[in-house]
Design a protein around this ligand. Sequence first.
Ligand code: AHR
Length: 501
Amino acid sequence: MKAKMTLHREFSIGETDKRIYGSFIEHLGRAVYTGIYEPGHPEADEKGFRKDVIKLVKDLDVPLVRYPGGNFVSGYNWEDGIGPVDKRPMRLDLAWGTKESNKVGINEFAQWAKKANTDVMMAVNLGTRDAEAARNIVEYCNFPKGSYWSDLRRSHGVQDPHNYKLWCLGNEMDGPWQICHRTADEYGRVAAEAAKVMKWTDPSIELVACGSSNARMPTFGSWEAEMLDHVYDLVDYVSLHIYFGNHESDTPNFLGRSLEMDNFIKTVAGICDLVKARKHSKKIVNLSFDEWNVWYHSNNADKQVEKWIEAPPILEDIYNMEDALVAGCMLITLLKNADRVKVACLAQLVNVIAPIMTVPGGNSWRQSIYYPFMDASLFGRGTVLRCPVTADKYDSKEYTDIPYIETVAVHNEGNNEIAIFAVNRNLKENLELEAGISGFGDCKVIEHRSLFNNDLKAANSAKEEKVKPVIQNGAKIEGLVGSKKLSVLLPPASWNVIRLK
Ligand code: AHR
């Protein structure tokens, strides 16, 4: 099977915002406790943070981590997590039916984020709480000194403000499962008032309004339009969330799911622009895809887990080869929409639907989805190129016209490197990709790395890494300087990054 693409220096979709390689840590399952934080573990540092986990996070180069939830945030009293640790309350977390000790709170998470070389995207509780708690947490985190909350922070040993720049106005408020779910109108009003006082407290912050929890919500579309009517002038981004599953083990259909993600992005961008037009506004509201991943493997097991315990092992999906392909297609989709998607968070980062897993008291390991995320994060920064592609297509149970190849290219002007990311969706055949490359001078292949396994259900574990990248030989570039032709073979059902310089 063959595919052709064209890369030209001048054909640009837009610049990547590095924050599209964000991730997410929620107080959920073992993400925090026995995930990033495990005092007494042989790898724990003086604060109790696992150094082995920090190393794996740093290797991914994650610029931003959303915190502290997720559904958790809609019942969270952020004040429970500050001050002397031994005085912090044990609370019931109604979102996940667990207990929260509050041993890790805002300031501990800030310490972890610094060590992991990442920034924090904070979320405020607009479920059980409102504008008052939201403006206070901004004051606690960002106000330098000389006010009640900023001085309280200083009395907790944090002299300099955290200066968090990106804030979510609640989480999935359209979902009936959310603690104190609201209608679009109710949410729009509370989000608008919270946004006002948060920005009055710190005018430098950016705000994300809750969009739909997924594109299949009955209120999808009307939710965005109605709530934006209240908050359009006050917010900078609308959030999108999506999780894909393969319950019927229909791999061709599963691999087509990123088309749904692309459609979701384009529809929400369209609604933002509709509200912009209605308001005769010049302002563009962009998108924050702050939860995306595969999530379904753990659904049944989670129903058996005892309630009201601390840090239970829930949402511990074990990802296989085909999940890595879907994650790769989702990353390519985010890149192809770089003109509107400015923030994105792989949900989540450690233990909970995550690329990084830990064994309590034991080792940490990389899931299959770790690798496409790492490749995209390390090499997918710069100008995203609009690359016309000619390829065969197929239909599946839910989708039509799925191209056998999902691909995009990013030009990093800083080091003059081009990275082509490509997924071969053909489960049986190699795909011969031919790319015409113009306007980049003389370029050579630096590396072609692939991720594949004949067994699409193969997965890594604490003991064995069955899905890991392989260096390929054989990619070649021919032609004259300024107009070159790349030929490369993509193995069946594979994720690939081809780096040129
Ligand atoms: O990431 C897991 C959960 O998925 C989050 O808490 C929630 O926002 C979403 O439904």
